[in-house]
Design a protein around this ligand. Structure first.
Ligand SMILES: [Zn+2]
Length: 368
């Protein structure tokens, strides 16, 4: 049975307001937690059905019927239990765990969820490298505002949060810093004055330029770009010196603290997209994997406690979308996510053929 308790739990946590909207149920009332609908069990003149976002349930205060989102789909759409689950899985692109784990054998014990932590082998780069690199002088930062993506103050805020650096030759340094504030790597990328990638000028890495100055036994272990934001005190614009010093000392009063549990994480392909959308949609923490080829299941391991939605780039064949789903599915099999991973079908559904041929991403789509 594919709907074991773990998978059912995921379905029950799908946001009930969204489920209602997909079913075509009109919700009334302005409360952020509770909305009302006309009851579908009895002939209802007033909206007597209460839909509660926090408890993720519905209940009619006239006829007394109610339940969770699975029950909602079953009864509203006249479906069996399994049909209702299938419908939710398809509508919300839920990644099901294919093989329920068997507990107790040594073989499966090895596969048990891994706590989000960095591999012991990570030898970080010196954090002062990051501090020294911080700058708005890269072509990327110079182009973001004139290209209409961000305002000057948004750029400063985003650059400060993501700790954008500038290389000697004008490249932007996208530092990969993990949720333990350890610097894994720095990716140097080159942009044109229109804020699109300079395809002639290939990206490079800080560690490949450092050669003999590298820490002994340094090995390149990529992490998601922006991961440090999960535990960093969110600096406000203009106090970058405060967090620079924070980066350099590990005193007790600079212990990172986790951001709000259940905070929503959005993962995109490019660093540029993450930086720009972080200012446009600040309710999400925007992370980037740096490219489809670099997107691996273990990168998602630090995110098991968060609500994660992945926004794949698009292409004409749908291959990219499938590949992203595959990685998400593998991650879900390996780690115990508190909320089901979601892969957004937004671009697959709404991008035009021309846009798909150009393999657009979320920023291209939103800033047409
Ligand atoms: Zn009723």
């Amino acid at each position: 049975m594919k709907y074991d308790e773990l998978n059912l739990q995921k379905l029950r946590e799908l946001p009930i307001f969204d489920v209602c909207s997909k079913l075509g149920i009109t919700l009334y009332g302005m409360g952020p937690i509770t909305k009302r609908a006309k009851c579908w069990y009895h002939d209802d003149q007033h909206p007597s059905m209460h839909v509660n976002k926090k408890k993720n349930i519905f209940k009619c205060f006239v006829c007394g019927k109610g339940g969770d989102v699975i029950r909602l789909v079953q009864d509203y759409d006249n479906k069996t239990f399994v049909e209702a689950c299938d419908w939710l899985v398809n509508e919300f692109h839920v990644v099901l765990i294919e093989e329920p784990r068997k507990y107790g054998t040594t073989e499966t014990r090895k596969q048990e969820p891994v706590a989000p932590s960095i591999p012991k082998s990570v030898i970080p780069l010196d954090a002062t490298l990051v501090a020294k690199s911080l700058s708005l002088d890269s072509q990327f930062c110079k182009s973001v505002v004139p290209s209409g993506y961000l305002s000057e103050s948004q750029l400063r805020h985003a650059a400060s949060r993501y700790r954008l650096g500038c290389s000697k030759d004008g490249g932007v340094v996208f530092w990969q810093i993990d949720d333990h504030q350890q610097v894994h790597a720095g990716k140097i990328m080159y942009y044109q004055p229109d804020c699109h990638r300079d395809k002639e000028h290939h990206p490079t890495w800080v560690h490949t330029l450092m050669k003999d100055k590298l820490p002994q036994n340094y090995e390149f272990h990529p992490c998601l770009f922006g991961l440090h934001l999960l535990t960093m005190e969110q600096p406000t614009a203009g106090n970058s010196s405060k967090f620079n010093s924070k980066l350099n000392n590990s005193g007790t009063n600079s212990e990172p603290f986790p951001c709000e549990a259940g905070k929503k994480i959005a993962i995109v392909e490019s660093e540029k997209t993450a930086v720009i959308l972080s200012e446009k949609f600040p309710d999400f923490v925007w992370l980037s994997c740096g490219g489809l080829q670099a997107f691996k299941p273990h990168l998602l391991a630090p995110l098991v406690h968060y609500k994660v939605i992945i926004f794949p780039d698009t292409d004409p064949t749908g291959d990219a979308f499938r590949q992203w789903c595959q990685v998400a599915s593998e991650a879900q099999r390996l780690y115990k996510f508190r909320y089901p991973l979601r892969v957004s079908p937004l671009l697959e559904t709404h991008a035009t053929l021309d846009q798909k041929q150009r393999k657009i991403d979320l920023v291209d789509y939103l800033f047409v």
